[in-house]
Design a protein around this ligand. Structure first.
Ligand code: TLP
Length: 341
């Protein structure tokens, strides 16, 4: 059976070009700074994002955690969205490992945080309060329908946060999707932020890895922090080689995934009893009205039997990626129509 795996873009397997590059990768001991392939990937990432330096880390979760721990002291507070990945899905690592508290504020439907809400959440100088140190944004915003944040909005948050002495970290796990959707350069979307993480292992198809980018001083500190977490890898150029192919060959094709997501959303919208959130990138969120007598779990199980895999968490999520074709989209729409009939 042909499996149409729409659960996430993290399920993407490496392309043949990636496997070839991995096989041929020149490697060395990266803890000594001697892996030429990692050095090249970090250089490429920092240039693409317009930052001084970059650091290869094992995952998006590690990248966010290293970024936060490198910019905050124990007892500091981080202002972030109540639907952001770092707050919801990273086990509260900043508290568990860094002694740092989260100050969640409302994520708007489009993934933004209102500037007034950020300003209100910043603590005054009072012996009872922790120090507000960092604001975190997420672009594209996973739980907010995969929506991209504009360069203009990010600039406003950066300006306002810096004027109050706070740094800004951007979880840009899917920043290349944001750039494709908004038809801008990635560099424009990250201007001014103090740290930004993006993932190679989602829509870009690499098997492992994320990059953390920022100033040279920040990356020096982040490199220490990564080592503290046991994330100092050795001949990981084998992984970085796939990452280089991801940046060279996969970053510019994401609009194709967005077009397929749009077609999927349009197809699902035609099904009685199915409602679909606005779809702007590669994520399609949808749910059922009372017209359909089945539960979300029943629908997911029946679809899985037909080889169509979705995630369910209060609603359905379908994510398009490199390994999903036009034909797969039509098959998925047909399967949902049948199961919900
Ligand atoms: N997100 C995964 C799951 O954890 C839900 C997914 O399938 O979407 N930031 C954002 C915005 C993410 O969506 C994710 C992964 C991460 C960080 C963490 O990246 P990894 O999985 O590499 O640690």
């Amino acid at each position: 059976m042909n499996i149409i795996d729409l659960r996430s873009d993290t399920v993407t397997k490496p392309t043949p070009a990636m496997r070839e590059a991995m096989y041929r990768a020149e490697v060395g001991d990266d803890v000594f700074g001697e892996d030429p392939t990692i050095n090249r990937l970090e250089q490429m990432a920092s240039e693409k994002l317009g930052r001084e330096a970059a650091l290869f880390v094992a995952s998006g979760t590690m990248g966010n955690l290293v970024a936060i721990l490198s910019q905050c002291e124990r007892g500091d507070e981080v202002i972030l969205g109540d639907r952001c990945h770092t707050f919801l899905f990273e086990q509260g690592g900043l508290a568990a490992l860094g002694g740092i508290t989260s100050r969640p504020i409302t994520n708007q439907y489009d993934g933004t945080l209102q500037l007034e809400d950020i300003e209100e959440a910043i603590r005054g100088d009072d012996i009872h309060f922790p120090h507000s140190r960092l604001v975190c944004l997420e672009n594209t915003h996973n739980e907010c329908n995969g929506n991209p944040l504009t360069a203009d909005y990010t600039q406003k948050v950066v300006f306002s946060s810096h004027s109050k002495g706070l740094n800004v970290h951007l979880d840009g796990a899917r920043i290349f999707n944001a750039a494709a959707a908004l038809k801008v350069e990635v560099m424009d979307l990250v201007r001014g932020v103090d740290s930004v993480m993006f993932c190679l292992s989602k829509g870009l198809c690499a098997p492992v890895g994320s990059l953390l980018c920022g100033s040279a001083d920040f990356i020096d500190q982040a490199r220490r922090m990564r080592k503290l977490m046991g994330g100092g890898m050795r001949q990981a150029g084998i992984l970085a080689a796939a990452g280089i192919v991801a940046l060279e060959q996969m970053a510019d094709r994401l609009a194709e995934d967005h077009a397929r997501a749009k077609r999927l959303a349009e197809g699902l919208m035609q099904i009685p009893g199915v409602e679909v959130a606005p779809t702007t990138t590669n994520m399609v969120y949808f749910w059922l009205t009372e017209e359909v007598s089945k539960t979300l779990d029943e629908v997911v199980c029946e679809l899985a039997k037909q080889g169509v895999l979705l995630l369910v968490n209060g609603r359905f999520r379908a994510v398009t990626h490199y390994w999903i074709s036009d034909e797969d989209i039509e098959t998925a729409i047909k399967a949902v129509r049948e199961v919900c009939a």
